[in-house]
Design a binder for this molecule. Structure first.
Ligand code: SAH
Ligand code: F3S
Length: 446
């Protein structure tokens, strides 16, 4: 029987991508098999996240549970990866000596070697450095697991927003070589992937020399739109400061680029944006959205918000609420500010009580939900171009698809040959988390 690997992933889409790649590398180098049952695992990896909350505490309590398994099975190898690994480093082995390896987001390609290190010889299996280019060079052949796939185009972040740990845990920004990106997209498309999502902490700051010019995100979008089989292109996450003219213009020329944009604004108050070191004003954000809407009047914008940043007043919060009503954001994320060790904001005075912060979060989420519902209701009676993603989870006679704005639509149809195709669907009903519809025509069959 092969070695069984269990991997638990916390946090963002980059971590999901990293976990998939770690699994692929370990399959290739060690012949491991993936298991969903931690009790039968020979190797357990925790791919951790430290963006908010008491992330470190959660990891240590999970490790406590794993230690019990290791007592039953002394051959079990336990590894901690991701952003908590970078932040805590060797402290992990001090507090949890039964941990066998510690690796960071940029050294997952070295996990196989780290697993081979014999801890009893006093060598520490730890590598939390940032060899990002080497990581990109070492990624295995891409494999698809459905019609939609992530493709990393850059790593790390050099923006250093005052509240955020990412630049410290993932390192400064590094763009991936264009040929690697084009090659990965082409391979995925050959395997039937029709929707590509470019991912990275700040995909719109992508910049890389190629032949005799500098390629930016807009160029990547334009170039991959010519790869056979690429029907939809998304990107996330982007930064309002890098919504450059070329990226806005590309909405005019590339129909595969969806009319949906995730653009984290964080706050609607210029005073708070400045304290956050976001380096843009609300007007800059509004202007970018308005300019894209010139080409895509039905653009949907989603965002990330932080409430209760140190010094946020009622007036600042009201400014955020006004922005929410002005843009009518679609499916968005909102969080209470979390003080992160080592960040500049952690030194700021913070007089707002947790009760007030919770109240603001509730008000904001109610408003965001209202706009989300309104958007869904307005879709009833419309025809939406949707990507069929698989069988419906609700009924065996239904397929599941996703709209451009990423809503799930279930519709009656049993031909699984439709999976991976774009079809037009009449939207008939809006539920809280999904839509119901019926097939409008069978253009997708061709
Ligand atoms: N690169 C992205 C953000 C990555 S982190 C950007 O351009 O903004 C994802 C989200 O987590 C952020 O947008 C922010 O809303 C939230 N976040 C990050 N640090 C946080 C903190 N210390 N407290 C609360 N929320 C935080
Ligand atoms: Fe974090 Fe700001 Fe970068 S939120 S990921 S430092 S853009």
């Amino acid at each position: 029987m092969g070695t069984k690997l269990y991997i638990k992933t916390y946090g963002c889409q980059m971590n999901e991508y990293d976990s998939d790649k770690t699994v692929d590398i370990l399959k290739e180098k060690k012949g491991v098999e993936l298991t969903n049952d931690v009790n039968e695992a020979d190797i357990v990896l925790l791919n951790t996240c430290s963006i908010r909350d008491k992330a470190e505490a959660k990891v240590y309590s999970e490790l406590g549970r794993l230690n019990k398994l290791k007592k039953k099975n002394p051959n079990l190898k336990i590894g901690v990866g991701g952003c908590v690994a970078t932040q805590e480093g060797i402290n992990i082995q001090k507090r949890a000596p039964y941990v066998d390896l510690i690796y960071g987001p940029q050294t997952l390609h070295r996990v196989s070697d780290l697993l081979d290190i014999d801890k009893t010889k006093g060598i520490k299996a730890i590598d939390i450095t940032f060899p990002i280019e080497e990581k990109f060079d070492s990624l295995p052949e891409p494999t698809s697991s459905g019609p939609s796939s992530f493709v990393a185009i850059m790593e790390g972040c050099s923006k250093y927003c005052s509240f955020c740990v990412v630049p410290y845990t993932r390192g400064d920004e590094v763009s991936r070589k264009p040929d690697q990106i084009f090659d990965e997209v082409a391979r995925l498309a050959e395997q039937g992937v029709s929707e590509i999502t470019f991912i990275g902490q700040n995909v719109n700051s992508y910049k890389m020399p190629y032949k005799d010019r500098i390629l930016r995100l807009s160029d990547l979008i334009e170039i991959v739109s010519h790869i056979d089989g690429v029907e939809r292109i998304r990107y996330t996450t982007s930064h309002p400061l890098d919504m450059t003219d070329d990226l806005i213009e590309v909405y005019q020329f590339v129909p595969q680029l969806v009319s949906q944009l995730h653009l984290p604004v964080q706050s609607g108050s210029n005073r708070i944006l400045e304290k956050m070191k976001r380096n843009y004003t609300v007007d800059v954000f509004l202007d970018s959205v308005a300019r894209i809407k010139k080409y895509r009047p039905d653009l949907r914008v989603s965002s990330d918000f932080i409430v209760g940043f140190p010094g946020e007043t009622d007036k600042d919060f009201k400014d955020t609420m006004s922005l929410v009503d002005e843009i009518k954001f679609d499916s968005s994320f909102s969080f209470i500010y979390s003080k992160r060790p080592g960040t500049p904001a952690s030194k700021l005075e913070d007089n707002t009580t947790m009760a007030e912060k919770k109240e603001r979060l509730q008000l904001l989420q109610d408003e965001l939900n209202k706009h989300h519902r309104d958007h869904s209701n307005k879709m009833i009676g419309s025809i939406q171009r949707c990507l069929v993603t698989g069988l419906s989870k609700k009924s065996p006679n239904q397929l599941q698809a996703r709209t451009e704005c990423n809503r799930v639509v279930n519709f009656d149809f049993q031909n699984i040959g439709f999976i991976g195709k774009l079809v037009d669907i009449n939207i008939e009903e809006a539920l809280s988390f999904s839509l119901l519809g019926s097939l409008h025509n069978s253009r997708g069959q061709n």
